[in-house]
Design a protein around this ligand. Structure first.
Ligand code: FES
Ligand code: FES
Length: 157
């Protein structure tokens, strides 16, 4: 059995303390320890982006990060975008454009799209495509997802 580690970090703007196994992934911590199930387990190998979270303002695959490495960091999950204006605009735009089918990939796409538009609010279509290239969707064919993000970018122009 692996050692347990106490960590303190900011989660969606709130200071949290928790105890995790030294080998637990950040994904398992947010889902199974903290009960935030919006972040999804897709591949577990860093290939699909379903598990995208933001750590200190950088998006990453939480399946590849140790929970213990969240210590002292500023972590944001999809739940943290609930009251965020751009997060809300993205969610609405995904629905309006039919960019959600099974929805399994959607939290990861919204997290990544939010990151792209935070850095570049009126990103071009090419910039959006590059920005989401680490996220996979098995349902939509991507066109509607790009259109949904571009719709929010266009509103920022
Ligand atoms: S579950 Fe993390 S990249 Fe697929
Ligand atoms: S909507 Fe089903 S995987 Fe993207």
């Amino acid at each position: 059995m692996s050692a347990m580690v106490d960590i303190t970090f900011k989660l969606n703007g709130i200071n949290r303390k928790t105890r995790v196994s030294a080998t637990m992934s950040a994904l398992d911590m947010v889902r199974d320890v903290l009960g935030l199930t919006g972040t999804k387990y897709g591949c577990g190998e860093g290939e699909c982006g379903a598990c995208t979270i933001s750590v200190d303002g950088i998006t990453l695959n939480s399946c590849l990060m140790f929970a213990a490495d969240c210590d002292g960091r500023d972590v944001m999950t999809i739940e943290g975008l609930a009251a965020d204006r751009k997060g809300e605009a993205l969610r609405d735009s995904f629905v309006e454009h039919g960019a959600v089918q099974c929805g399994f990939c959607t939290p990861g796409f919204v997290m990544q799209a939010h990151h792209v538009l935070e850095k570049n609010p009126d990103a071009s279509e090419a910039e959006i495509q590059r920005g989401i290239e680490g996220n996979l969707c098995r349902c939509t064919g991507y066109r509607k997802i790009v259109d949904a993000i571009a719709g929010v970018a266009a509103a920022a122009k």
